[in-house]
Design a protein around this ligand. Structure first.
Ligand code: CUA
Length: 313
């Protein structure tokens, strides 16, 4: 079971954790320092200059002091900008995943976490990951907004309907860690919990191969691509010329009919499958029918994974 012994802070189990905690304690320290300083000065001055105390000098009242004005603008500015820079650095580290990250797909729904690994292995309300390997989560919701939260990793990211959101982490300790939904999502929000299981890479590989009979997401996507008749226009050879070629599309820049240039990422592909006319590629007619309501989120992930596999040279 998860070790839930009393502690003020969750244990640090990812490469993000120490950095986030340092910032947190620095902010806390700064707040405590200024609170104590200001409280002490208020007490000191209200006693010293109390009514009836005739032994203090009240003559030299100053109305302006340029040095003081500059000091109380420059010092808070420097402090707040330092905090901003520090926080922004952590933010970007947390959201820009490394190139070698293993990609795991997460579909949230009321009230469970459905997870699929690169080889097709699925699990619900559990996430197995290898120790010391960056893991990127690509997440979407089937209904309302949820939020993927693993306190021990200091990772929290909203999971939205209709758009992919990502986050990444690298676990630094083996063990079992809480996974919570951190966005109120209806009656059983409090039950939408799970466990992240961090294992040695060999143990993870064993677990992953446990049920070998699964179809990989790429194979499932290819089968869907044929079942939905995408293949009749988007031929692998691209001979018809009626539809944009899909080989090498993923991650590339696409020029649109309205002159804009967009990157063919997960969200672009998703929109183009559901609502093809939203972004028509330059030089092509808006011929494609939309697939809104015909593919669910898990099938969408399979289709995109298949398209992504075509990108590899
Ligand atoms: Cu899902 Cu709260």
């Amino acid at each position: 079971m998860i070790d839930d012994g009393f502690r003020l802070f969750p244990e640090q189990a990812s490469t993000h954790a120490a950095g986030v905690d340092h910032l947190y304690f620095a902010l806390l320290g700064l707040s405590v320092f200024f609170t104590l300083l200001i409280t002490a000065l208020i007490l000191y001055f209200s006693i010293k200059y109390r009514k009836g105390n005739t032994r203090v000098d009240r003559t030299a009242r100053s109305t302006h002091d340029l040095r003081l004005e500059i000091a109380w603008m420059v010092i808070p500015f420097v402090i707040s900008m330092s905090i901003f820079g520090w926080g922004a650095t952590l933010y970007f580290n947390g959201y820009r995943s490394p190139q070698n990250a293993m990609e795991v797909r997460v579909v949230a729904k009321q009230w469970m976490w459905k997870i699929q690994h690169p080889n097709g292995r699925r699990e619900i309300n559990e996430l197995h990951v290898p120790l010391g390997q960056p893991v990127k989560l690509v997440m979407i919701s089937e209904d309302v907004i949820h939020s993927f939260y693993v306190p021990a990793f200091r990772v929290k990211r909203d999971v939205l309907p209709g758009s992919y959101s990502t986050c990444w982490f690298e676990a630094t300790r083996t063990g079992r860690f809480h996974l919570f939904c951190a966005e109120y999502c209806g009656t059983n929000h409090s039950q939408m919990v799970g466990v992240v299981v961090v294992e040695e890479p060999t143990a993870y590989a064993d677990w992953l191969s446990g049920t070998a009979a699964n179809e990989t997401p790429v194979a499932a996507g290819q089968r869907l691509f044929e079942d939905l008749k995408c293949v009749t226009c988007h031929r692998p050879e691209g001979i018809t010329g009626r539809c944009p070629p899909l080989e090498g599309l993923y991650g590339a820049d696409v020029k649109l009919a309205n002159g804009a240039v967009v990157t063919a990422d997960d969200n672009y592909l998703r929109e183009s499958i559901l609502r093809p006319n939203a972004k028509v590629v330059a030089g092509y007619e808006p011929l494609m029918p939309g697939f809104d309501g015909q593919v669910d989120e898990e099938q969408m992930i399979q289709l995109i994974t298949y398209l992504k596999s075509l990108a590899k040279p």
